[in-house]
Design a protein around this ligand. Structure first.
Ligand SMILES: *Cc1c(COP(=O)(O)O)cnc(C)c1O
Length: 369
C-alpha cells in the first residue's frame, strides 16, 4: 500500500446508498432500474444518443467490433502505445491488428501513421485517448470518411475529455468506456458502448444478452455473449457520474499543481495539452529526458521509498510476444516515449499538499544525481 497511490477511487455515501437500495430491491443481476438510468445519463453526459452498459471495458470493445461485423480477413488500426485490451479485442474477432506509431506531442496515434497503414482490407480504426488526452479527431474522421472506415473510440481513460469543445466518445461510430476501479469514474468492473446509430445500439444489446431475440424469449438468431452490467454496478455508476465534473476538476487541478512545481526542472517533459484539447489527466504523466543522469526506473525506485507510487508507461505493443507479428511499420516515437514515460499519483483523494510533497521529492531525487 502506498501513501500516494497512482489512482484510487473516491466512493462516498451516495454510492453506498444506491448500492444498498439495489441490494435491498433484490435486483442484483442485470435487470433493475439503475442500468437504464446509468446508460441514459452517461450517454447524455457524453452527448451521444444510446448507451449499452457492459461488464467491463474490454468486452465493450469486443461487442463494438462484433456488432460492426468486423472479423477474419479484416484489418483494424490500433496505436502502439495503449493498454493491451485495445488490441486483444481485435484478436478476439479474428481480425488482423495493424499497429501504428503515435504522435510525439500528445502520445496518441498519429494520423500520418494511420494513412501509411491503410490497405484494401482495413475496416476500422481504434483511436485511444491515452492517459486522458484526446486524439486528433478531425484528422482521424477525415481519413475514416475518405477510406470508408469505422471509427471505434477507446475512451477508457478519457471520460469527459474534449476535442475542440466536444466530448471524446461522441465522434466515432461507436465509443467504448471502462469503469474499472482506477478510471475517472468507476462501477467496480464495468464498461459502456455509446453510439448514435439506433440499429447498432439494438444489435449490441442483443449480442450483450446471449444473442437472444428481444421479442421471443430463448430464441437465438445469433451467437451472443453474456456481457451485461449488473444493477449493483450501475447503482455505483449513477452516484459516481453525479460527481464526474468534480473529479475532472480535481484531476486538472492536480495537473496544474504538478506543472507549476515541475516546469522549472530541466530534463522533464510535462504532460501535454494541445491547444485543441481538454485533457482530463486520468494519470498525470511526465517524460524523463535522456540527458538526465537519473533513469526513469531509478527515479521510480527512489520515489517508492517515500510512499510515492508511480507507473511506467505501457510497453509498446509491437515488442510483446502475442503482438510482434503485427508490427509491419516502424515505431520510433512510441519506442522512445514508452521507456521514458512515468505516471504520477493522480488520485482525486490527494490534496494540494500531497502534490507539492510529491513534486518536491521528484526535484530532490533528480537534484541528488
Ligand atoms: C482500462 C482500459 C481498457 C479496458 O477496460 P477494462 O474495464 O479494464 O476491461 C481498454 N482500453 C484502455 C485504453 C484502458 O485503459
Amino acid at each position: 500500500m502506498y501513501k500516494y497511490p497512482v489512482a484510487e477511487p473516491e466512493i462516498g455515501e451516495e454510492e453506498l446508498k444506491n448500492v444498498v437500495e439495489a441490494v435491498r430491491s433484490g435486483w442484483v443481476s442485470s435487470t433493475g432500474k439503475f442500468i437504464q438510468v446509468f446508460e441514459n445519463l452517461f450517454a447524455r453526459y457524453v452527448g451521444v444518443k444510446y448507451g449499452v452498459a457492459t461488464s467491463n471495458g474490454t468486452v465493450a470493445l469486443h461487442l463494438a467490433l462484433v456488432a460492426l461485423g468486423i472479423g477474419p480477413h479484416d484489418e483494424v488500426i490500433v496505436p502502439d502505445l495503449t493498454f493491451a485490451a485495445t488490441i486483444n479485442a481485435v484478436l478476439y474477432v479474428g481480425a488482423k491488428p495493424s499497429i501504428v506509431d503515435i504522435d510525439p506531442n500528445y502520445w496518441c496515434l498519429s494520423p500520418s501513421s494511420i494513412r501509411e497503414a491503410i490497405t484494401p482490407r482495413t475496416k476500422a480504426i481504434i483511436p485511444v485517448h491515452l492517459y486522458g488526452h484526446p486524439c486528433d479527431m478531425d484528422a482521424i474522421m477525415e481519413i475514416a470518411e475518405r477510406y470508408g472506415l469505422y471509427v471505434i473510440e477507446d475512451a477508457a481513460e478519457a471520460h469527459g475529455a474534449e476535442y475542440k469543445g466536444r466530448k471524446v466518445g461522441s465522434f466515432g461510430h461507436v465509443s467504448c468506456f471502462s469503469f474499472y476501479g482506477n478510471k475517472v469514474i468507476t462501477t467496480g468492473e464495468g464498461g459502456m458502448c455509446l453510439t448514435n446509430d439506433k440499429e447498432l445500439a439494438e444489435k449490441m444489446k442483443i449480442l450483450r444478452d446471449h444473442g437472444m431475440d428481444p421479442r421471443k424469449r430463448y430464441w437465438h438468431n445469433v451467437v451472443g455473449f453474456n456481457y451485461r452490467m449488473t444493477n449493483l454496478q450501475a447503482a455505483l455508476g449513477v452516484a459516481q457520474l453525479s460527481k464526474i465534473e468534480k473529479f475532472i476538476e480535481k484531476k486538472r487541478r492536480i495537473a496544474r499543481l504538478y506543472a507549476e512545481e515541475l516546469s522549472s526542472v530541466e530534463g522533464i517533459t510535462l504532460h501535454p495539452e494541445m491547444s485543441w484539447a481538454k485533457c482530463v489527466y486520468w494519470l498525470y504523466s511526465i517524460l524523463i529526458d535522456r540527458k538526465l543522469s537519473i533513469s526513469r526506473d531509478k527515479l521510480a525506485e527512489k520515489l517508492r521509498r517515500y510512499g510515492i507510487e508511480t507507473r511506467n508507461f505501457f510497453y509498446p505493443l509491437h515488442e510483446m510476444p502475442p503482438y510482434r507479428g503485427y508490427a509491419n511499420l516502424s515505431y520510433p516515437v512510441s519506442t522512445d516515449i514508452s521507456c521514458r514515460g512515468l505516471n504520477l499519483p493522480s488520485s482525486v483523494k490527494l490534496n494540494d499538499k500531497d502534490i507539492a510533497y510529491i513534486a518536491q521529492k521528484i526535484k530532490e531525487v533528480i537534484k541528488g544525481f
